[in-house]
Design a protein around this ligand. Structure first.
Ligand SMILES: NC(=O)c1ccc[n+]([C@@H]2O[C@H](COP(=O)([O-])OP(=O)(O)OC[C@H]3O[C@@H](n4cnc5c(N)ncnc54)[C@H](OP(=O)(O)O)[C@@H]3O)[C@@H](O)[C@H]2O)c1
Length: 291
């Protein structure tokens, strides 16, 4: 399958390229972090530039566009709203409009943070209630994607796995800090359904080829867990001292803006479509360790 992937230098995009580069013909876009990977083509394209987006789509003629690129830093999105809006909303609009020229299937990666964070195990029909500007832009982009006639929206949970030298995911951060024997403060009262990045990639891959369209799916792991308990398991699996993990409540960090206490996902809908079972935290961390 000929695939155009945005965010090729990001955490999810990189895992996508690494996992599927010998299965699909992947062209991966990046903005500022150039990477090299055998059997994967990387191009620098700013998705805010409508003409450049149209040019690359016309050149590649993808059958599928997987759109992962975004400004994902919640604090930055709040501080620089113009930047967040231009990338997360206008960039998505450029891609959707270019996609319609080649009639590609469009897979948009959204976030669990579109939900209020005041419940547990949100289903796809729960009313979105984003608490951060980041999540607001992701939800507005979902609206643009929904106007297209061949889309899938994946509301993704917190991911963990191996990043690249440029990424700074939650698990990248835990690795770096714990390896250096530095203490990490981790929220004891914030709950997610974390997903192993390779599971997320495998789910996207199945949706690429399946005859499924115009649907929203939650995509998360099979276990609801606090960040603190996740970090304890992480330390245990990778042989770091659990004494380095310091439990703190969310309200102890004044600058923290995600503001979503529990965005755990109900994943029954996507599980009926997938041929494999999404992993729980122990299974995912052990798969990560083996890889
Ligand atoms: N990570 C998670 O746990 C998580 C959870 C829920 C949802 N999501 C969603 O999943 C998607 C992927 O997340 P991620 O963690 O992989 O993101 P990430 O590591 O922060 O990577 C973001 C990517 O977007 C690219 N990008 C930013 N601005 C761009 C622009 N103007 N033009 C072109 N590319 C641009 C970056 O390119 P450069 O680095 O080259 O500048 C990078 O490749 C995002 O849409 C995010 O909202 C992520």
């Amino acid at each position: 399958m000929k695939i155009l992937l945005t965010g090729g230098s990001g955490f999810l995009g990189w895992n996508f390229c690494k996992t599927l580069r010998f299965k699909h013909d992947i062209t991966a876009l990046y903005l500022s972090h150039e990477l090299f990977l055998e059997n994967c083509k990387f191009y620098k394209v700013d998705i805010r530039n409508r003409q450049d987006v149209f040019n690359i789509v016309k050149q590649i003629q993808p059958e599928v566009i997987v759109h992962t690129a975004a400004i994902t830093n919640v604090q930055l999105c709040d501080k620089d709203r113009d930047l967040a809006y231009s990338v997360n909303v206008e960039g998505t609009r450029n891609l959707i409009e270019a996609s319609s020229e080649v009639k590609a299937k469009f897979i948009y990666i959204s976030t669990d943070l579109v939900y209020s964070g005041d419940g547990s195990f949100f289903t796809e029909d729960a009313e979105p209630e984003p608490k951060s500007y980041y999540a607001q832009t992701k939800l507005e982009a979902e609206g643009i994607v929904k106007s297209y006639d061949n889309y899938i929206i994946l509301r993704l949970a917190l991911m963990y796995g191996w990043g690249n030298v440029f990424t700074n995911s939650f698990s990248d951060w835990l690795h770096t800090e714990l390896r250096a024997k530095r203490k990490v403060k981790v929220f004891v009262d914030q709950f997610r359904t974390p997903i192993y990045a390779v599971d997320a990639v495998m789910a996207i891959d199945e949706l690429i080829s399946k005859d499924v369209k115009n649907e929203i799916f939650n995509l998360g792991g099979s276990e609801r867990i606090s960040r603190y308990n996740f970090a304890l398991k992480f330390a245990d699996v990778f042989g770091y001292s659990q004494d380095l993990i310091v439990p703190v409540p969310m309200d102890s960090v004044k600058t923290y803006l995600a503001g979503a206490k529990d965005c755990s996902l109900n994943t029954s809908k996507i599980q009926t479509v997938l041929s494999f079972k999404l992993k729980n935290v122990d299974e995912g961390l052990n798969a990560m360790k083996r890889s």
